[in-house]
Design a binder for this molecule. Structure first.
Ligand code: ADP
Ligand code: MG
Length: 723
């Protein structure tokens, strides 16, 4: 097909699409967690003592007693086979941020030639996928490519139904033969125990005698775009890069604001129902919902869960969104910025820590003793954000998230923490050494029965902050829509543990056996003196903040991934991870290498694609148009009508610019003479990105001039508004 025939065909297909019949939904109680080997299913199928031992491991993260594995494996297999599963898979989370699986059959060949269905405990506990194709940042030499998967007892096994059949999926960690983490789950689990220990210490120091294990929780809000697959299939950029590399802004964008919470088209509604049904079967409490700010953009948010389970579930949500979209004739874009000039997509990671004895430790509550506790934990967050802000920026750094951060629609690339006016005021009073309480009624001291209850103010929100307190949790708003939530959660847990330990050390050394409230207040004053610069409640998008943050407060503005990732090598970050044991120096270094390589690779892929599309799709369209127009002008001149040639000249010069800039980009891509990954990243950020912008400017310019029936790519208008 030439010119816009493929576009016309796509629109024809879409407008004549058979509506997908909306099934009557199954009853929620039949659906809910029906594909999960849950605690209640274990209880029903396991001997009592074995169930008890397993439950203890799950709930208190104690070491698994290997002798229970055979029993559990056989119960799990029987359940899986009863659900139609023929295979099992160890599911793991490599550093690419994706999800990987190693499939195996339940059958075991016998010496007499028969096969029996077999799933021994050792197969449940450990697997050995061929790990050589996963990035490891130099941890494994190529001759020792072995990686091992190990059952994560704390995340439930489940059945995944696909067109190929049903598979029993077992969430696992993925480590090298020397025990180094090659995945995102291992350090997440480590960070959870580290924050548990530190929080326990703090709670005991504050006088609690009974303290249950402390867990961290996560509820992640996922934004995404839906584009009809007929359009997506004719756009190589959407197919290969997950975003549009070209495209002129539509006359009607989101400026009309009629999309936000607008009516959801019935096709999208059918899609959302299908997604929800699949997730409910997997025990994922997710609700797809309203239209987001941009046309074609939507959101799905599960109810918060233990960070580890939430993280596994988040990966499943992303997979389910993508797979279900295909069944419904859509392509689901999880990219942070699929359309230039249109709002991007984020993933707000809501995070808190708590336990069954003290409850949510980030809940201000309404009793004074809890306030003391709350302020200590909140103070730990403030210190963490200030000390490790650049690390927070580094763990959300990616080529795609760079398009979004700091773009006046998403949080700035400066890490600060928003507390809300009431809390900010209280912490400022602590800093002034003159805590009067939030109502200013007389002199107060932080301690038993002196501080009035803080009122929760859910309405108090700041959309411009990268990290905001939202009543009983912090919301990390700068996380990108396509990213794994593990990195951010590992960082939050670890920096929290570090700060809690620091505060506990200070309390212990300052305490004279007197009122602990006075001591805590003194330590929190020190926290505010040293780290209060990270607390910011104003407009994070404003130019004034960018100036103030850097010039007066000494915070760092870290605009690109190339600037951010090197912080993973910063001594303070190394100290944080190695002292807590969450990542060894080698593991941290390998992560830096892998993420740097991914950044370079994704820019490389996009740049190559851009050159291809510019030369093989857009430039030819421009030439056809020029040829046609020039011919028409010449013909008219023959009959004595003289036409203005300025349009011809304009298009010719844009076409020339397109070719020149594409060639320039092409020669930059060919460069490989970089001493370090950091140099190569900088070249991508400083040179390639800029050159890509130039190619795009020429192409988008042409889109506004070239005859529509010659234009080869579906337009923004078409992709965003035709459903
Ligand atoms: P928003 O107003 O930001 O859209 P929602 O009410 O939709 O907020 O909740 C956002 C997410 O925060 C949900 O996943 C929710 O479960 C989660 N959340 C609520 N309370 C907590 C908590 N204490 N810890 C972690 N996540 C939480
Ligand atoms: Mg939110």
């Amino acid at each position: 097909m030439t010119g816009n025939e493929s576009r016309v065909q796509a629109i024809y297909e879409i407008t004549n699409r058979e509506p997908i019949a909306v099934k009557t939904p199954e009853k929620l109680e039949d659906l809910w967690a029906s594909n999960v080997f849950s605690l209640s299913k274990m209880q029903a199928s396991l001997p009592k003592d074995i169930f008890k031992s397993l439950k203890k491991t799950i709930q208190t993260r104690q070491k698994l007693d290997p002798s229970v594995a055979d029993n559990v494996a056989s119960a799990m297999r029987d359940w899986a086979i009863s659900k139609g599963a023929m295979y099992y898979a160890h599911v793991f989370y490599p550093l690419t941020g994706g999800t990987a699986e190693k499939h195996d059959g339940f059958i075991e060949p016998q010496s007499n030639g028969d096969v029996i269905s077999e799933f021994a405990g050792k197969l449940l506990i450990q697997g050995e996928p061929d790990g050589s194709s996963f990035p490891n940042g130099g941890i494994r030499d190529t001759f020792e490519a072995r990686g091992y998967t190990g059952w994560d007892v704390t995340s439930p096994a489940y059945i995944l139904e696909t067109e190929q059949g049903a598979t029993l999926c077992i969430p696992t960690v993925f480590v090298s033969w020397t025990g180094e983490a090659l995945d995102k789950k291992t350090p997440l689990l480590r960070s959870m125990s580290v924050v548990d220990k530190a929080a326990n210490r703090m709670l005991k120091l504050l006088g609690n005698t009974e303290v249950a294990p402390v867990g961290s929780s996560c509820g992640a809000e996922q934004e995404y775009f839906l584009v009809d697959s007929n359009f997506a299939n004719t756009r190589p950029d959407i197919l290969l890069a997950g975003r549009t590399l070209f495209g002129r802004s539509p006359a009607k964008g989101q400026q009309f604001d009629d999309h936000y919470f607008g009516a959801i088209p019935s096709r999208v509604q059918a899609y959302m129902h299908a997604v929800e049904e699949k997730l409910y079967k997997l025990g994922i409490p997710a609700k797809t919902s309203h239209n987001e700010v941009a046309p074609g953009q939507f959101e799905i948010a599960p109810v918060y869960e233990s960070a580890n389970v939430a993280s596994d579930h988040q990966q499943m949500i992303m997979t389910t969104l993508r797979d279900t979209a295909k069944e419904h004739g859509f392509v689901c874009l999880l990219h942070e910025k699929p359309f230039a000039g249109i709002n991007g997509s984020g993933k707000h990671v809501n995070w808190s820590i708590g336990n069954s004895t003290q409850g949510n430790l980030l809940d201000p509550g309404d009793t004074p003793e809890e306030n003391l506790q709350f302020l200590a934990f909140c103070g730990a967050v403030i210190r963490g954000v200030h000390l490790y802000g650049p690390l927070m920026r580094a763990v959300i750094a990616s080529a795609s998230n760079d398009h979004r951060l700091g773009a006046n629609e998403a949080p700035p690339a400066i890490m600060s923490v928003y507390l809300g006016s009431q809390l900010e005021d209280i912490f400022n009073q602590i800093k002034d050494g003159d805590l009067k309480g939030s109502s200013y009624k007389g002199q107060m001291q932080l301690g038993v029965d002196t501080l009035p209850p803080l009122t929760k103010d859910a309405g108090d929100r700041n959309r411009t902050s990268p990290f905001a307190f939202t009543g009983n949790r912090f919301e990390f708003r700068a996380v990108g829509s396509s990213q794994s939530v593990s990195g951010p959660l590992i960082t939050l847990n670890t920096m929290m543990a570090d700060s809690l330990n620091w505060i506990a050390d200070q309390i212990e050394s300052k305490s004279d056996g007197g009122d602990i409230g006075v001591t805590v207040q003194a330590v929190l004053k020190e926290v505010m003196d040293k780290h209060g610069a990270a607390v910011f409640g104003g407009n994070g998008y404003s130019d004034e903040w960018h100036k103030e943050a850097v010039e007066q407060r000494g915070l760092r503005n870290i605009p690109t991934t190339a600037d951010a990732l090197p912080f993973l090598q910063d001594p303070i970050v190394k100290q944080l991870f190695t002292s807590t044991g969450v990542l060894s120096a080698t593991e941290l270094e390998s992560r830096y290498e892998v993420y740097a390589e991914q950044y370079i690779l994704s820019i490389d892929v996009e740049a190559k694609l851009m050159v291809d599309m510019a030369k093989t799709l857009i430039y030819p369209a421009a030439l056809r148009y020029l040829n046609e127009t020039a011919g028409a002008i010449a013909n008219l001149s023959d009959v004595g009508i003289s036409m203005d040639k300025s349009q011809l000249e304009k298009v010719a010069s844009l076409a020339k610019a397109l070719l020149d800039t594409a060639n320039e980009l092409d020669s930059s891509i060919a460069r490989h003479d970089f001493g370090t990954s950091e140099d190569h990243m900088k070249f991508c950020a400083d040179t390639i990105r800029g050159q890509m912008d130039k190619v795009r400017a020429a192409a988008d310019g042409l889109e506004g001039e070239v005859a529509d029936d010659l234009w080869p790519l579906p337009t923004y208008e078409e992709m965003l508004f035709i459903k």
